[in-house]
Design a protein. Structure first.
Length: 450
């Protein structure tokens, strides 16, 4: 019996090699992804529930449902329109329609769910992942992993307590050429790297001034708010604009900055900084947008190096030739990774030493699905962690540390102060004004507990 089990696991490993091809239409002529997935028995598939499927969650749902060793069994969304659209899209991929369950508190108790994918608004990320962990479910958690640092620490503690697998959606950690570029950096391609500059640009429009409005019949606003203290519904909040309100969102720094700051931290091989500062504001429009549309965060790691992040939400002029990216500066040159699956190494005279072209189309400004085929590798890494105990490319402790860096940037911004940080654990030192942003208030009865 043991021999048979090992054979099945070996087969899943071999199948995973072709997953990127499967995600875009099959690996053999005339053989669709949906038909190929039937080769693997239902008992070998990981049963997944999707939470938050209006935009990014819809793209993730389709990607997960295209994986041959997965079945999407539930769709969880407080917007009935989004839930039905997602159920129909998933059914086309796997020939089986997932069930609808809008209440995450009920969903995590269901025995036919192995893993939860969380792509709901930021204020739900850590609380939902903690609920799933307590129920013995594995979690694929989109960035950022938490709304505030306290939640991130609760989440790390929950994973350690319950021993489940939690993969954060830092998908670039699984992109082959990006991994190769970071290995080249660690192997000394530019000598000792000491500074990483990261950025994101876009041309976001004004969100206007919201007006009190009746809650749409398709929306369960009570469940949407969940852990957040209750506020009246306004007509410019749902969907997406919640990103720019501190009560629910975390601004561009965590919305997009997390990805590149994570690569910078990975490349420099650093964890917690010694000092953090931020400058910026809402400059482009006069509207309800609260978080900065223009922001520069500086993360000082002492003798280990420096990371900066520039966010330009409302001016799409590219930086270093790309709308999003990170460039590492070292003793003998520089290494640049843009939004695609490639990298370039330069010497100190700005001459190209090596260029590795991207191998799949990536649209960095696509809000929902910039890189479906490449992201399949990250999903399979998550599955390998569940099935075989494989090492995750973006485990929750690593994800929390990267998330914390940009959270500290936002705290420096909101408190108007230079933060001095304990480099052993990332905690703020001797700054009560900044410390008030370390955690949030919760709606009574909805407080997450690790």
């Amino acid at each position: 019996m043991k021999k048979r089990t090992n054979t099945r696991r070996d087969f899943i490993r071999k199948t995973a090699i072709g997953t990127a091809a499967l995600s875009v239409g099959g690996i053999l002529p005339g053989f669709s992804a949906a038909s190929y997935r039937q080769i693997i028995g239902a008992n070998e598939r990981i049963r997944v529930a999707m939470m938050g499927v209006n935009a990014r969650g819809l793209a993730l749902s389709q990607n997960f449902s295209l994986q041959p060793n997965c079945e999407v069994v539930y769709v969880c969304d407080v917007d009935t329109r989004a839930a039905e659209k997602c159920r129909a899209a998933v059914e086309k991929n796997q020939q089986r329609r997932p069930k609808a369950e809008p209440d995450i508190r009920k969903l995590v108790t269901y025995a036919d769910v192995d893993a939860l994918v969380v792509a709901a608004p930021d204020h739900w990320h850590a609380p939902a992942a903690i609920l799933a962990s307590q129920a013995g479910k594995h979690v694929y958690l989109e960035k950022p992993c938490s709304h505030n640092p306290h939640e991130g620490e609760l989440l790390v503690a929950a994973q350690q307590k319950y021993g489940n697998v939690i993969q954060m959606g830092n998908q670039r950690r699984s992109w082959p050429n990006v991994m190769e570029g970071i290995r080249a950096l660690h192997d000394g391609a530019i000598g000792r790297p000491y500074f990483a500059k990261t950025w994101y640009t876009n041309n976001r429009a004004s969100i206007g001034t919201g007006k009190a409005a009746a809650i749409p019949e398709w929306l369960d606003y009570e469940l949407w708010q969940g852990p957040a203290p209750r506020r009246p519904f306004k007509d410019n909040l749902i969907h997406y604009n919640w990103h720019w309100f501190w009560h629910w969102g975390t601004g561009e720094a965590l919305n997009n900055g997390t990805h590149m700051v994570d690569l910078a931290r990975w490349g420099l091989q650093v964890d917690y900084p010694e000092k953090v500062s931020s400058s910026g504001g809402r400059y482009r429009y006069q509207d309800d947008w609260e978080t900065p549309d223009t922001q520069v965060i500086q993360l000082d790691f002492g003798s280990k190096g420096l990371i900066s992040w520039e966010g330009h939400s409302c001016n799409g002029r590219v930086v270093e030739g790309s709308s999003v990216g990170v460039i590492f500066y070292g003793e003998t040159g520089a290494l640049q990774i843009n939004g695609d699956n490639g990298y370039t190494i330069y010497d100190l005279k700005n001459q190209v030493v090596k260029r590795v072209e991207h191998t799949a189309d990536v649209d960095s400004r696509n809000l929902t699905n910039p890189s479906q085929a490449l992201d399949a590798g990250h999903i399979q890494n998550f599955f390998d962690g569940i099935k075989n105990g494989g090492k995750l490319h973006a485990d929750i402790l690593s994800g929390h540390i990267s998330t914390l860096l940009v959270q500290l940037g936002n705290i420096a911004q909101r408190s108007g102060s230079l933060l001095h940080i304990n480099p052993a654990n990332g905690h703020i030192l001797d700054n009560p004004g900044a410390q008030q942003y370390w955690r949030r208030e919760y709606e009574p009865g909805w407080e997450p507990v690790g």
